[in-house]
Design a protein around this ligand. Structure first.
Ligand code: MEV
Length: 315
């Protein structure tokens, strides 16, 4: 038996990090995907092949000691093998269009597509149940996840996300294009989120105040998304970037990329955990190509994306 699923990557438009502490965030899924194929095999092993490497473990191995970015797949396969008392092993193949480890949701898309492909070997499951399983798997490599990334990878589209209340889709015909600029500095989301916690613990009052300001900003963003006022949205991205600078997740290269992008685009900011990874620049038809050539002129690695509306897809 063989099954296949794919899930999109994501960008965070507003609210990364603050979302971990209960502030709403605005995210969208992007048109770059991860596809996971799972197959039952007679051998007693879980075997994973991906473009970040290979891993093979016996089906009865405890996963607590595994130190690999592929650990979520081991968790999912071993959980379902045990749940269904299966005598087979599982082969997992991962194909990715998403650059890995740079804040574009590659690991969340792996967890969502992996949860779907592996559980489909045993049962028909709802998207909600797959999301639950994907977040459990993500927690094996990133304990403090807000759940935002897996949620948008599962359900797709443009959405607001609240750690406690869940998500709601933002129902607007978007008129924007996003340019993603990759610093090619890999980061560990877990490590950057831990550093932000240290910042919060030693600057409680300042952090609370930033959460309040981010919340107010996001309420304004919601209005502007509906009015499609890109100039104003760009200014808000710029404002959000100031908050991200304050909590210490930026660096010189990211700042330079943002400055170059903002000479043409409506606004730009870090997307995702920061510390490396990517920035996004907000454009429309009128300044998309010019923004890209300005960035490429400075030798930055960039590409444009559109919103993915489908989310998780199973075959
Ligand atoms: C990472 O893409 C987004 C963070 O806000 C962490 C999270 O929400 O789990 C930094």
């Amino acid at each position: 038996m063989k099954s296949k699923a794919s899930a999109p990557g994501k960008v965070i438009l507003f609210g990364e990090h603050f979302v971990v502490y209960g502030v709403k965030a605005i995210l969208c899924a992007i048109d770059k995907r991860i596809t996971v194929t799972a197959e039952q095999i007679p051998e007693d092993k879980i075997s994973i092949k991906s473009n970040i490497g290979k891993l093979e473990i016996p089906t009865n191995e405890s996963i607590t000691e595994i130190d690999s970015p592929l650990k979520p797949f081991c968790y999912l396969a071993s959980k379902l093998i045990q749940k269904y008392n299966s005598k087979s092993g599982i082969n997992i193949t991962v194909e990715s269009e998403i650059p890995l480890g740079v804040g574009l949701g590659s690991s969340s898309a792996c967890c969502v597509a992996g949860a779907a492909a592996i559980s489909q070997l045993f049962e028909e499951t709802s998207k909600e149940k797959i999301l639950e399983l994907a977040i459990e798997a993500e927690k094996t490599i990133f304990q403090n996840t807000s759940g935002a990334d897996c949620t948008v990878c599962a359900f797709g589209g443009l959405m607001e996300y609240d750690k406690k209340k869940g998500f709601s889709k933002i129902d607007t015909e978007s008129n924007f294009h996003l340019v993603i600029v990759n610093s090619n500095i890999e980061h560990s989301t877990d490590a950057v989120v831990s550093n932000v916690k240290k910042f919060k613990d030693s600057n409680e009052e300042q952090f609370l105040n930033l959460c309040k300001k981010e919340s107010e900003l996001i309420n304004k963003v919601m209005k502007n998304l509906k009015n499609k006022d890109l100039k104003e949205l760009g200014n808000m991205m710029h404002k959000n970037q100031e908050f991200l600078e304050t909590i210490g997740i930026s660096n010189e290269k990211l700042r330079q990329m943002i400055n170059v992008a903002e000479t043409i685009a409506y606004g730009a900011k870090i997307t995702g955990a920061g510390g490396g990874g990517c920035i996004i620049a907000l454009t429309d038809e009128s300044n998309l190509e010019k923004t890209i050539s300005q960035l490429r002129g400075k030798n930055y690695d960039c590409f444009s994306v559109r919103i993915d509306h489908k989310g998780l897809d199973t075959f």
